[in-house]
Design a protein around this ligand. Structure first.
Ligand code: SF4
Length: 324
């Protein structure tokens, strides 16, 4: 049955890093929600705060980083107030994560079968025999063509695409309510990327698992998601349905990102890169954080910080051009 209750509600989240050289505000006042089964993307260039947002949700921000403000409600339960043990339980059963480079998450001395079986035993408290049967089911679900061979292989013996399929099997075998996928296909070639996205989308629908997709790649967004949040300088600067973002982007940064994304029909067309570089969180500009790179910037942009403006039910934008 459909529920109107969001699965995840991130409210005014700020995570800062307390370094020897001062406080680095990596993300500031982030607010968004995800419905059960919904696929949402957090998009932006590297350094925009996407990964710190996902690590904050997972409770995995390492010292000297710290959540300094806000709440993260998962099924109405505030994750920021949980003990380590209770958070671990949620990470084991309800929220899973897939990273860009599976090799960092797989132990090179253990076989793929060992990784899967151990994960399933811990998550589902089943016998080794049953765990092995479930592991094979999952290798088939993620469309691994030769499950027996892969089960007996070691991580370094598999291609990047195969390793990522194994990671998806491990992440989804507990039937989590939320999967956080941080650039899961960035290291893969385009054909494999498409196959992996297809597997993730199909399984998310089958299991009713919501996905928070972290990516810099708008091509991936078009394939995969229902709704998009664009991040820049540690803030959300636009939220939109995927259709609206591709047809009528509002924020000058979103427009720039789209112009720099190749389109299938226009493979020979020259792409316009956004000028300048993402600012370091340690040295953010005053006013609108995008003003040094914005082709529409005007005098107020250097000193006034724009708030997030609601344009309609599904569209918000952080830009002084949309005031009133
Ligand atoms: Fe550009 Fe100004 Fe809008 Fe920022 S507030 S995006 S600098 S026009």
């Amino acid at each position: 049955m459909e529920s109107n209750q969001p699965l995840l509600e991130v409210e005014h989240l700020s995570t800062h890093f307390f370094t020897e050289n001062g406080v680095v505000p990596s993300i500031n006042d982030i607010t968004f929600s995800i419905a059960p089964g919904e696929i949402v993307a957090l998009v932006g260039e590297s350094g925009s705060g996407k990964s710190v947002t996902s690590m904050s949700i997972m409770g995995l921000v390492e010292s000297p980083g710290k959540i300094v403000n806000g709440r993260i409600l998962f099924n109405n339960q505030d994750l920021t107030a949980l003990s380590y043990r209770k958070y671990q339980k949620i990470r084991r059963n309800d929220i899973s994560m897939v990273f860009q480079e599976p090799l960092t998450a797989l132990n090179p001395v253990f076989s793929i079968g060992f990784h899967l079986v151990e994960t399933i035993i811990v998550q589902q408290k089943v016998s080794k025999k049953k765990a092995k049967a479930i592991a094979f089911e999952w290798l088939e679900k993620v469309r691994i063509p030769n499950p027996k061979e892969v089960f007996a292989s070691y991580p370094h013996e598999l291609s990047g695409g195969m390793r990522q399929r194994v990671m998806i099997a491990m992440a989804l075998s507990s039937h989590p309510r939320l999967l956080i996928a941080d650039e899961p296909t960035t290291a893969l070639d385009v054909t494999i990327q498409k196959q992996i996205l297809d597997v993730m989308k199909t399984l998310s629908k089958e299991l009713d698992t919501a996905i928070l997709f972290i990516t810099h790649d708008l091509g991936v967004v078009a394939e995969m998601v229902d709704r998009v949040m664009v991040m820049y300088g540690g803030e959300i600067v636009e939220t939109s349905s995927v259709k609206q973002l591709f047809h009528t982007p509002k924020h000058p940064y979103s427009k720039g990102l789209l112009k720099s994304t190749p389109k299938i029909q226009q493979s020979d067309e020259k792409l316009d890169a956004i000028g300048g570089a993402v600012p370091s969180p340690a040295n953010l500009p005053t006013g609108c954080k995008f003003h040094p790179r914005c082709p529409k910037a005007f005098d107020r942009c250097t000193s006034e910080h724009p708030s997030l403006i609601n344009l309609n039910n599904e569209n918000q934008v952080r830009c002084l051009l949309y005031e009133s």
